[in-house]
Design a protein around this ligand. Structure first.
Ligand code: GDP
Ligand code: IMO
Ligand code: MG
Length: 426
């Protein structure tokens, strides 16, 4: 068997949570491979709306095991709150949630460092979710981090104290005020609860499962344009959000990767700072934000909105080896006479059709093609045959430009509002 990978192709919030939930019945294991509580993956079914942060989006199905992989960074406080909310809903979390011992812990001081670093950047700030993600990955690569497997070891508190001491020095250097004693009790309490959950050597677990023909889906967080290597650096997150991240974040060999499901919105959004070539600053942008309820599921910040950016999408398809595209939020584009698609950029006096090294707005402007819009409300459709011709044309246009089939068209937030164009997918 191979591991299928599902990931975002834009700047996050493409609808990954919804689709993982839809696809879970086909899989035995769902594994999150990177990111942490900066993610907010929304699922809707039976009138319930639920946002997951660290826990894989397969948790609502009883048939699948959910693994938090070694590539993920875990804030015990956020995680235990997530678990408690699920238990309240009747989900048997303990039997189907496993932790990689090699996943790194977000300490309270990592959150402080995130806030201090953003404050020090002033106008140049990343727009981080301030969940401690960057500082935790810095300690991981700096070889100072603390892992889930450490929490049961006798020297855990010593390791914690030593790392916090380092952090305090940096915080004093940044003149950042804080109250650590206020933050620590709930963190240590959450650590005690975490100890009662199953910890595994996830690379062995996953490769044994593959040997035993289990079907595995790797769930990404954020999006390819927020990738630490290939995103709009420095306005990115601190992990590899791309397909390769599934290999390092779960312990899967590259030749074990199967289908790569690339999720994108029918338009673009971005939350936080950084370049966004097709960003709209007009009433069309407002209309997309309001209709699409484009407000961050973690921070509540308004998301920036814009038209679909094909060069950026093609870049993400290339970097990830996307085999199937899944187009989300098609319903939000209903009602426009015409829909614009960016096909190239004006850049240094030339027209180019790829994302250059620096794509700040001063250097680059989008070139658009206009396609016919559709008026029909799509939210009640239950088969792709019912889609309006203009939507079919929009899909064909994107398929031709990317060379990848669009297998799913999502027309609403609910599980059921999912039009499957390729039957074998579910
Ligand atoms: P994720 O981080 O990729 O899982 O995406 P988020 O959950 O942060 O953001 C996607 C938002 O769009 C959520 O509020 C979803 O409920 C919603 N959503 C997902 N698919 C659709 C869709 O096809 N149409 C509409 N209107 N909303 C959708
Ligand atoms: P999901 O998984 C959208 C953005 C932040 C900021 C930058 C760095 O829900 O798609 P960080 O907290 O990682 O230091 O923030 O990345 N960002 C996201 N934007 N969706 C996400 O996750 C994001 N996770 C981080 O807004 O610009
Ligand atoms: Mg999200």
């Amino acid at each position: 068997m191979k591991v299928d990978v599902l990931l975002g192709l834009q700047w996050g919030d493409e609808g990954k949570g919804k689709i993982v939930d839809v696809l879970t019945p086909k899989y035995d294991i769902i594994g999150r491979f990177q990111g942490g509580p900066n993610a907010g993956h929304t699922l809707e079914f039976n009138g319930i709306k639920h946002v997951l942060r660290t826990i894989p989006s397969g948790i609502f199905h009883d048939t699948a095991i959910n693994i938090i992989g070694n590539g993920v960074v875990i804030d015990p406080v956020v995680l235990i709150a997530e678990i408690d909310a699920l238990i309240k809903m009747g989900v048997d979390v303990k039997s189907k949630l496993l932790f990689a011992k090699k996943a790194h812990l977000i300490l309270p001081t990592h959150r402080l460092l995130d806030a201090a670093s953003e404050a020090a950047k002033g106008k140049e700030k990343i727009g981080s979710t301030l969940k401690g993600i960057g500082p935790t990955y810095m300690d991981k690569t700096g070889r100072n981090g603390i892992r889930i497997g450490d929490i049961s070891l006798p020297n855990f508190k010593d390791k914690y104290d030593a790392l916090v001491e380092k952090h305090k020095q940096i915080l004093s250097h940044l003149n950042f005020e804080y109250n650590l004693p206020e933050m620590e009790p709930e963190w240590f309490k959450a650590i005690e609860t975490l100890k009662t959950y199953q910890q595994i050597e996830s690379e062995h677990y996953i490769n044994n499962a593959l040997q035993n023909n289990k079907a595995i889906l790797a769930e990404g967080a954020q999006g390819s344009l927020l990738d630490i290597d290939f995103g709009s650096y420095p306005f990115v997150t601190s992990s590899n959000t791309i397909c390769a991240g599934a290999c390092t974040g779960l312990g899967i060999a590259p030749n074990r990767i199967g289908n790569v499901y690339g999720i994108f919105k029918a338009y673009c959004t971005r939350v936080g700072s950084g370049p966004f070539p097709t960003e709209l600053h007009d009433e069309i942008g407002d209309q997309i934000r309001n209709n699409g309820r484009e407000f961050g599921s973690v921070t509540g910040r308004p998301r920036r909105t814009g038209w679909l950016d094909l060069p950026a999408l093609k870049y993400a398809v290339m970097i990830n080896g996307v085999t199937e595209l899944l187009m989300m939020k098609a319903d939000i584009l209903s009602g426009f006479d015409t829909i614009k698609v960016c096909t190239a950029y004006n850049y240094e006096g030339k027209q180019i059709d790829y994302l250059p090294f620096d794509y700040s707005p001063e250097l680059l402007s989008p070139v658009y093609t206009e396609l016919k819009g559709w008026n029909q409300d799509l939210t009640g459709l239950n088969s792709p045959d019912q889609m309006p011709q203009a939507l079919n044309d929009y899909i064909t246009y994107i398929e031709k430009a990317t060379g990848v089939p669009i297998s799913v068209v999502s027309v609403g937030p609910d599980r059921t509002q999912t039009l499957i164009r390729k039957k074998e997918l579910v």
